[in-house]
Design a binder for this molecule. Structure first.
Ligand code: FMN
Length: 276
């Protein structure tokens, strides 16, 4: 689309209207987009001018940015571990990804969870659903560490001994590890530590050793029965599973309804199973 062409044809108006509609979140589904596309062919010139202005302002420029955090959106995980006095701790985190039956956790070296993982090598990764905001918010800005690290004190963290009570959550006995599962979480993974790696070794001295990537191996996974995909022994129904997503410190759910077509989803999940 050339801005100086001086030509407004129907396809230009449709593409501008679609971009603007898409960008402003006017459309929620491909079906809505299509109906806007049809009506866009009747747009008058002043409307088009406004749409074009919007397009230029909202869509066209990319400029460098240096955010303090790059939390683009990952699931919240409630990690349960066992304290030295055999009580249980819960920590919400969101720096987590899975490959095969292993998970990598990005953790502050100064959290109670890290201390517990280093000592016991065991945890449960509990995944809250997107209706569990109250529990996450109750746990936010708490630590099971009595001597609150300076950085956390500055951000208003407080010591909490009994995180289950604070969050209104219930302990459920695990089978393969000592830390308990969280009954309210629809998905739970018992896991053991298989590797601890120091992150940002290329960073400044001041943060040396402060951030760890902790690799855990999932020993057993549980889901609420309603999350099982019908007709399969070992598949989770992604339409039933509503994870809590943290993006730039805000909590989100996934949109309702059927997701857009995914080419990747044509691959049989079993082809990803790694040899034992
Ligand atoms: C939604 C959410 C996501 C978080 N993500 C992380 C994370 O990925 N890594 C981390 O070290 N801390 C994360 N935190 C902060 C920890 O919860 C915090 O360090 C807490 O004090 C840990 O508890 P603990 O000291 O009892 O282990 C997150 C907190 C919230 C509420």
């Amino acid at each position: 689309m050339g801005l100086n062409s001086g030509q407004w044809d129907q396809s230009t108006s449709v593409s501008i209207a679609l971009e603007v509609a898409n960008y402003k979140g006017v459309t929620e589904s491909r079906r809505n987009l299509n109906s806007i596309s049809t009506s866009a062919s009747n747009l008058s010139s002043p409307t088009l001018q406004a749409a074009l202005t919007d397009t230029i302002v909202f869509k066209m420029p990319h400029s460098p940015i240096n955010p303090a955090i790059l939390y683009w959106g990952t699931p919240v995980v409630l990690i349960t571990t066992t304290n030295e006095d055999d009580t249980s701790n819960i920590s919400p985190i969101s720096s987590a990804f899975w490959l095969g039956d292993h998970c990598m956790l990005g953790l502050s070296a100064h959290s109670q969870t890290t201390t517990n993982l280093q000592r016991t090598k065991q945890c449960v990764l509990n995944l809250p659903s997107d209706d569990m905001t109250a529990a996450i918010n109750a746990l936010a800005c708490t630590t099971g560490t009595k001597d609150i690290p300076a950085g956390k004190a500055q951000r208003g963290y407080r010591f909490e001994k009994d995180k289950f009570s604070v969050a209104g959550l219930t302990e459920q006995a695990s089978e393969r590890v000592v830390p308990p599962r969280i009954r309210e979480c629809p998905a739970q993974m018992e896991a053991e530590v298989v590797g601890i790696y120091e992150m940002m070794r290329d960073g400044p001295e001041a943060i040396s050793g402060a951030l760890l990537a902790i690799e855990v191996k999932v020993l057993r996974t549980y889901v609420e029965d309603r999350l099982r995909l019908g007709g399969y022994e070992n598949r989770v129904d992604p339409l039933a599973w509503r994870p809590m997503i943290m993006s730039f410190q805000h909590l989100f759910g996934l949109k309702d309804g059927k997701p857009e077509e995914s080419t990747l989803a044509r691959i049989d999940e079993e082809l990803y199973r790694l040899p034992k």
